[in-house]
Design a protein around this ligand. Structure first.
Ligand SMILES: Cc1cc2nc3c(=O)[nH]c(=O)nc-3n(C[C@H](O)[C@H](O)[C@H](O)COP(=O)(O)OP(=O)(O)OC[C@H]3O[C@@H](n4cnc5c(N)ncnc54)[C@H](O)[C@@H]3O)c2cc1C
Length: 510
């Protein structure tokens, strides 16, 4: 990564250097695409925001080469507890901290600025990415054929610059200039609540249950979780007449926190920050205008109750990067870029619906709501499939598109993530597929099939009887599947050779 040198024309300009942008830039770099990242501020956003990501998103970080480094700054969480205002347990959904089908623990707690620091440091491995800080993008135009022109100001010198790009990724967060520039608007999914977010550090042992606690109480809904060895996060719903300014001092805050640290003296709790956020549910009405795309918070906002906002941005980046790289190197037709919004928008809406449901369950209904919760919550685990649904980190399959091929009315594995299973040689699926298309087949391929498929740059993986991949194929009633570079099943079929012939020729990522 080099600083303060931008070419006059680059294949891709990325606006913003938050987690979505840094993921997209790294994935593009791994596919050999040169890009320029323009970020308004000199360094990373210091305020802690995201604290949870699931194993599907951990898998994306692993593709960036960050699996071990992320594991070192995160800790697995062990489930969810619903409690009432007196901290009596209404329901508990325990989750093991063992490795799941994606090769990582299913719930991971971390600190967003630490993750952003890792993502930035990792960019140094990729000389084809230039990150320019203090660069505020002021205008975007698509008035030349095949190019976007981007105006930005160097905030340290006041100088104005222009750069041309084949494509622009707007990863510029909730108040996105890119969104305005393409004439897109946020659709309001009718959720807005003001919450107080509190981060505390202490060496004392809070001795609280090591999962996420959701306090279901319309008078003061709250969330508590441990996010590191000495770090803790609380979120409290604010009442109409309250603001963060009321809770800057520990004596005002302590009554809210006290059910958890109990007897720990206030002096042993170090307040890292207290901030107010309005949690919203919104999705942009369109995510693309010709050569400009929206990703991350620029395209969607979710209340953080199931910890999926940042994850959604990383999923956007993983979905679009390989397609854009394919279009730029000529191996994919341009129209395949339409599949980005077709696939990602319904997925993100499904997760926002889930987050709204959890938020509503925690906060609705006054005293009557409390009564209903007290009666229903302890019985939730008896509802068929409910516990599994709450604890499963598996997110919905992607919608049908030019790159998710399946019949309209029949469920198949297409659109689902292929498990990151351990293969016969002890390596995981993702390490063998290594950012290429892969064919996973039920039957041992012939030498001719193997040679031909691999000649096309596709990985060929035979699922041995009794193996995890074999069970997965059987359950999905598939003989063979094509897995895309982002780990999603493109289509099912029978003959590996025929499947591979339907694929573009690709070059392997590094
Ligand atoms: C309290 C709270 C808790 C959360 N908890 C979770 C959680 O547990 N799990 C989870 O997955 N998510 C969570 N989130 C959401 C998560 O923090 C965001 O979804 C994530 O930061 C979005 O990343 P992004 O890269 O899309 O946007 P951002 O992080 O907002 O980055 C956008 C970047 O663009 C830059 N920029 C903007 N305009 C310009 C411009 N004109 N020119 C140049 N640069 C520009 C900004 O300076 C910024 O650096 C939480 C959020 C909050 C507030």
């Amino acid at each position: 990564m080099s600083d303060h040198r931008e070419p006059d024309a680059v294949p891709v300009v990325i606006i913003g250097a938050g987690p979505t942008s840094l993921t997209a830039a790294t994935l593009l770099a791994r596919s050999g695409v040169t890009c320029l990242v323009l970020e308004r501020w000199e360094s990373i956003h210091p305020q802690p925001r995201a604290v949870h990501l699931d194993d599907e998103v951990h898998r994306i970080l692993a593709r960036l080469g960050l699996s071990e480094k992320f594991a070192a700054i995160s800790r697995p969480a062990c489930g969810l507890r619903l409690v009432d205002r007196r901290m009596r347990v209404l329901a508990e959904f325990r989750r093991g901290t063992a490795i799941g089908r994606n090769g990582y623990p299913e719930a991971n707690m971390f600190d967003q600025p630490e993750l952003e620091a890792l993502l930035r440091a990792n960019l140094h491995r990729h000389p084809t990415v230039t990150l320019r800080g203090n660069a505020e993008v002021t205008a975007l135009r698509q008035d030349r054929p095949g190019q976007v022109s981007i105006d930005f100001t160097d905030r340290s010198t006041g100088e104005h610059h222009r750069v041309l790009a084949d494509y622009v990724l707007g990863c510029d967060g909730a108040n996105s200039l890119t969104r305005a520039a393409i004439g897109a608007a946020m659709l309001d999914l009718r959720f807005a609540q003001r919450w107080l977010v509190v981060d505390v550090a202490t060496d004392a042992d809070l001795a609280a249950w090591e999962g996420v606690h959701q306090v279901c109480d319309p008078h003061r809904a709250a969330t508590y979780m441990r996010i590191g060895r000495t770090r803790y996060r609380w979120e409290f719903r604010l009442r109409h007449d309250e603001s963060a300014a009321d809770f800057q001092a520990m004596d005002r805050l302590h009554p809210l926190l006290s059910p958890w640290p109990r007897d720990i003296p206030v002096e042993e709790l170090r307040l890292l920050r207290v901030a107010e956020y309005t949690f919203r549910a919104q999705v942009a009405d369109r995510w693309r205008d010709r050569r400009i795309f929206l990703l991350g918070d620029a395209a969607h906002l979710t209340p953080p109750f199931i910890g999926q906002g940042m994850g959604a941005g990383l999923r956007d980046a993983a979905n679009l990067a390989w397609k854009l790289a394919g279009v730029l190197d000529g191996s994919l037709p341009e129209r395949m870029l339409d599949t980005y919004e077709t696939e990602r928008k319904p997925h993100v809406r499904a997760l926002i619906r889930m987050a709204k449901l959890v938020g509503t369950a925690m906060t609705r209904g006054g005293e009557l709501g409390n009564l209903v919760r007290a009666v229903l919550a302890p019985r939730l685990h008896l509802m068929p499939g409910f516990k599994q649904r709450i604890l499963s980190s598996q997110t919905p399959a992607l919608r049908r598109s030019g790159l998710v091929v399946r019949p309209r009315l029949r469920r198949t594995l297409a659109g689902r993530l292929c498990p990151n299973a351990i293969l016969d040689d002890g390596k995981r699926f993702d390490d063998v597929a290594a950012g290429r298309f892969a064919i996973v087949t039920f039957t041992e391929p012939s030498t001719t099939q193997r040679v031909e498929v691999e000649r096309r740059g596709t990985a060929l993986i035979a699922a041995r009887p009794g193996s995890e991949l074999h069970r997965w194929l059987r359950k999905g009633r598939a003989h063979a599947v094509i897995v895309r570079p982002d780990g999603t099943v493109l289509r099912t079929g029978c003959d590996p050779l025929a499947l591979s012939a339907s694929l573009p020729r690709t070059s392997a990522a590094d």
